[in-house]
Write a protein that binds this ligand. Structure first.
Ligand SMILES: [Zn+2]
Length: 277
């Protein structure tokens, strides 16, 4: 496998209604919208990684089985999307235990990958790598290597690194837009940022032999969900508007990205290639 055109496309499987006041009065859209990704991946003859929260695996085991049956990888995204600093070290351990148990029961297979909710693995929560090692994880995709109002690890750099002597951290792909460093191909940013910026940053990755990392959520592709204020954005109305912005063009924008001769693969396949190199 060539590595200089690798597209580490991924879906973070979580329910946008979680932690929203009275969230369950809105339509449950998780399965329907996840199928949109599965169909798009099938159209591209590709397999990728789905980072699932434990709650999703408990609620929709058939969905997890379907994802696995189609050859994709399941990885861990904590039990109910609580940021690592809020869990603390002991809380993180019990969370992983509970999540791995839920994923295993749903038929997810062996889990070797982890993604922290909202990139909450930072300089301050580096102890998380020690815990991930104890649980036999191989890789993590949990760092936003940029300054960010919420989380972020400004000086991490844009290359993968081995943490705590064992865990391979592959940081999210970021690019400089005006004076901000942003994840170019993640959910809201992918939908909002201009194509020219996105394509230039992808070209830089290809040229410098770095994979393009992206993350999407069921809601990023959802054009049928009611409007509600999302959790975790401090009630910010502009940000909430962007949460819904341009969802309808997500797949056509992704189709254009695929014309750049990128190859989608799972994170574990990519890690294997790295380890063999
Ligand atoms: Zn998430």
């Amino acid at each position: 496998m060539k590595t200089n055109n690798t597209f580490l496309f991924s879906v973070d499987l979580e329910d946008a209604r979680e932690n929203v006041h009275d969230g369950h009065k809105y339509q449950d859209r998780v399965v329907e919208t996840t199928l949109l990704y599965l169909n798009w991946l099938k159209k591209n003859n590709s397999v990728c990684t789905f980072f699932s929260v434990g709650k999703i695996a408990e609620k929709y085991p058939e969905l997890i089985k379907e994802i696995v049956m189609r050859g994709h990888e399941i990885a861990c995204h904590t039990y109910s999307h609580t940021p690592i600093d809020k869990l603390g070290k002991d809380g993180f351990k019990s969370d992983l235990e509970k999540t791995l148990n839920a994923l295993s029961k749903s038929g997810a297979g062996k889990i070797i990958g982890f993604r922290a909710p909202v990139f909450s693995l930072t300089e301050k929560t580096q102890w998380a790598y020690e815990v991930l090692s104890e649980f036999d994880f191989v890789y993590s995709s949990s760092v936003l290597p940029a300054k960010n109002p919420l989380y972020g690890w400004k000086n991490f750099g844009n290359q993968h690194k081995i943490m705590n002597g064992k865990i391979i951290e592959i940081p999210m792909t970021v690019g400089k837009f005006v004076h901000l460093t942003l994840p170019i191909a993640g959910g809201i940013y992918f939908r909002v940022l201009p194509k020219i910026f996105l394509f230039n940053e992808i070209k830089k990755c290809i040229k410098n032999n770095r994979p393009v990392l992206s993350y999407f959520h069921p809601y990023d592709a959802d054009t049928g969900q009611e409007k509600f204020m999302h959790s975790g954005i401090n009630g910010n109305k502009i940000y909430n508007y962007l949460m819904y912005y341009n969802r309808k063009n997500l797949f056509s924008k992704l189709d254009e990205v695929m014309k750049m001769d990128l190859t989608i693969t799972t994170y574990s396949n990519y890690i294997n290639t790295l380890l063999k190199a």
